[in-house]
Write a protein that binds this ligand. Structure first.
Ligand code: ADP
Ligand code: MG
Length: 239
């Protein structure tokens, strides 16, 4: 029987600073299952981004275990780590992280360049994904020609390009107004209903309500883990 998508056991993370060892995550335990839609909450500085970076295999814990799809990844390095990351996880960031000089098509297709896939195939797949996020009419636009909400849709399309089973998003609506945030959350909800496991950070309760599980960090520890029914999608997601 397959286990959890994410299983974190007794995880600690310290940063070394001039003043010495600075503990950021302390004895964190968490299991996330296929199809979960998790909102990570908690005040600024509570360790949310540090935790997300470890979940995304962008950083390593100081101690403890991290199993991703039953594979121990906490101490994987180099190509083996990159392979697990690229094949499993799609990342979405607060600042969109798009290339200003590239078209939306090229932005979405970028991860396939590293995979050695030829341009016609890259563009065909990117076009499908831009359509999926409601940007079929903008494939040749550049990021500065579209709104912030549309830029985040492009980033989500890019995150989907390798058909990830897991999306990690650190404050994906942090730069967006509340209406646009709702639309982006509706899109995440749609992806979740298609079977993608989603873990995102937000400190806004209204945004967290779109998820079906709320996990709260305080001072480097998980202090709350609640399951709720996700709120109904309001309005059309692609408007
Ligand atoms: P959050 O995302 O919840 O705001 P972070 O995980 O970014 O929290 O940060 C948690 C704590 O760790 C903060 O006190 C922050 O200053 C500290 N921190 C984050 N990254 C580093 C780093 N690279 N080196 C030292 N301290 C760090
Ligand atoms: Mg953060």
């Amino acid at each position: 029987m397959p286990g959890h998508v994410i299983e974190v056991k007794n995880l600690y993370k310290d940063y070394q600073t001039a003043a010495g060892k600075f503990p950021v995550l302390k004895e964190v335990n968490l299991e996330i299952d296929a199809g979960d839609f998790v909102a990570i909450m908690g005040p600024s500085g509570s360790g949310k981004s540090t935790f997300m970076n470890i979940l995304g295999c962008l950083d390593q814990p100081s101690s403890g275990e991290y199993m991703l799809n039953d594979q121990p990844v906490a101490r994987l390095q180099g190509d083996r780590l990159a392979k697990v990351r690229n094949q499993t996880i799609g990342f979405v960031f607060q600042g969109f992280n798009l290339l200003a000089r590239s078209s939306l098509l090229d932005n979405v297709a970028l991860p396939l360049v590293y995979a050695g896939i030829d341009k016609p195939k890259r563009h065909a797949r990117a076009r499908v994904l831009l359509e999926k996020v409601g940007l079929a009419n903008h494939v040749n636009s550049h990021p500065n020609q579209i709104s912030g909400g549309q830029q985040q849709r492009v980033a989500i399309a890019r995150a989907l390009i390798n058909r990830p089973s897991l999306i990690l998003a650190d404050e994906p609506t942090g730069n967006l107004d509340s209406k646009t945030s709702e639309e982006i959350m509706a899109l995440f909800g749609e992806l979740n209903r298609e079977g993608i496991t989603i873990v995102l950070v937000t400190h806004e309760p209204d945004i967290a309500e779109h998820a079906s599980r709320q996990v709260r960090f305080l001072d480097g520890k998980i202090v709350e883990d609640t399951r709720t029914a996700p709120i109904a999608v309001k309005g059309a997601p692609h408007v």
